[in-house]
Design a protein around this ligand. Structure first.
Ligand code: OGA
Ligand code: ZN
Ligand code: ZN
Length: 355
């Protein structure tokens, strides 16, 4: 029996573009086989047939047949996994703060809780990770691929004689995201503590999304300025020159925060008309003041065998100064959030299959 198809006023071309048939999608890869320009300019669902839980559409003018599962029409749109929606924003003062720690022995059996914490809170602390050099690469390998940079596949965070970065001194490092001078920025960072015998050198973490949301509520003008002003970030040493122009707060069209880049050490010289510079500096300072509120910072002293895994587009990290004569050695590396999210999806699917 032919019926009319109610797709809530959605254009027919959308429905036709989503045809799941084997002429439209390669059955083995699931990938689309046509270009948008291959479709008729104005496809019309000429016939619609209900067939049990399926709906068949015969298209004019070309007679193509599509079969859709009825349930597919009602599937919700997927939210952007990177935006603040669907995440739990925190301050250290709130009980929901990401205090949970994950034992390495549990993690190797089931990484889902810790990886979910990285997605949700932007941070997970793994404890009892084997305290051997390069282990941080193995941790990254449990959920993704290491992003190699000019610092190497991994970097050693310890006092160096001729540092190319203040991270490799004993100086205090205020809350920052790493490598804002890269585009794309590494979206996951790991820091694995091998030795921490120095006085000082305690770690701090701040939810940059929460800070940005506070700024948006308290100083919407400043929030808008930071979202709308690309800032030059730079790094250089004897063999490397890196530059990226990105705003300090990245937001989507609806104003939802999806990225924070904040690093006083690597901000270059902003060149703008005088009045815009004044507005930018007022906004930049206002955000820095929010980020520096003590109640926002979760503090931790990393012990050997601790490995923090965090969202480098969201969570800022810091350390207090330490006595340079004391031994302190972390190893860090970068990876990416899309790989982490994909690993979680695959693990979820497996769990789903098993049940
Ligand atoms: C870094 C860094 C912090 C620390 O290496 O990116 O910020 O605890 N290190 O030494
Ligand atoms: Zn088709
Ligand atoms: Zn850092």
């Amino acid at each position: 029996m032919a019926t009319t198809l109610d797709i809530g006023g959605l254009p027919a071309v959308w429905l036709r573009d989503n045809c799941p048939c084997p002429l439209c999608r390669d059955p083995s890869t699931g990938q689309k086989l046509f270009q948008i320009t291959d479709l008729p300019l104005d496809p019309v669902a000429a016939e619609v047939h209900e067939r049990g839980s399926d709906v068949e559409v015969v298209w004019a003018p070309d007679g193509h047949r599509s079969v859709y599962a009825r349930a597919w029409f009602d599937a919700p749109g997927e939210p952007d996994p990177r935006s603040e929606d669907g995440k739990s924003l925190w301050t250290a003062a709130e009980p929901d703060a990401p205090r949970r720690e994950f034992a390495w022995s549990d993690y190797t059996r089931d990484p889902v809780p810790a990886l979910t914490a990285v997605q949700r809170f932007g941070l997970a602390l793994l404890r009892g990770v084997p305290c051997v050099e390069e282990q941080v690469l193995a941790v990254a390998g449990t959920f993704g691929f290491v992003r190699e940079t000019n610092y190497g596949r991994l970097f050693d965070v310890r006092v160096e004689d001729r540092p190319n970065n203040l991270a490799f001194t004993s100086a205090r490092i205020t809350p920052h995201t790493d490598n804002p001078y890269r585009d794309p920025v590494p979206t996951v960072q790991l820091l694995h503590c091998l030795v921490n015998e120095a006085t000082g050198g305690d770690s701090g973490f701040v939810d940059g999304f929460r800070a940005a949301a506070l700024l948006r509520a308290e100083r919407p003008d400043a929030f808008r300025v930071l979202v709308g002003t690309p800032v030059p970030f730079e790094f250089r040493d004897a063999r490397t020159r890196l530059r990226a122009h990105r705003p300090i707060i990245g937001a989507d069209d609806a104003g939802r925060v999806r990225e924070v880049r904040f690093n006083n050490r690597s901000m270059g010289t902003l060149r703008l008309p005088a009045d815009e510079l004044a507005d930018f500096y007022a906004a930049y300072r206002a955000f820095a003041e929010v980020l520096a509120r003590p109640e926002l910072m979760l503090t931790r002293r990393l012990k050997p065998g601790d490995c923090v895994v965090f969202d480098n587009t969201r969570v800022l990290h810091a350390r207090t100064a330490f006595d340079g004569a004391g031994r302190r050695h972390l190893q860090g590396c970068y990876a990416d959030l899309d790989g982490l999210a994909g690993t979680l999806d695959v693990l979820d699917r497996r769990t789903g299959d098993a049940s």
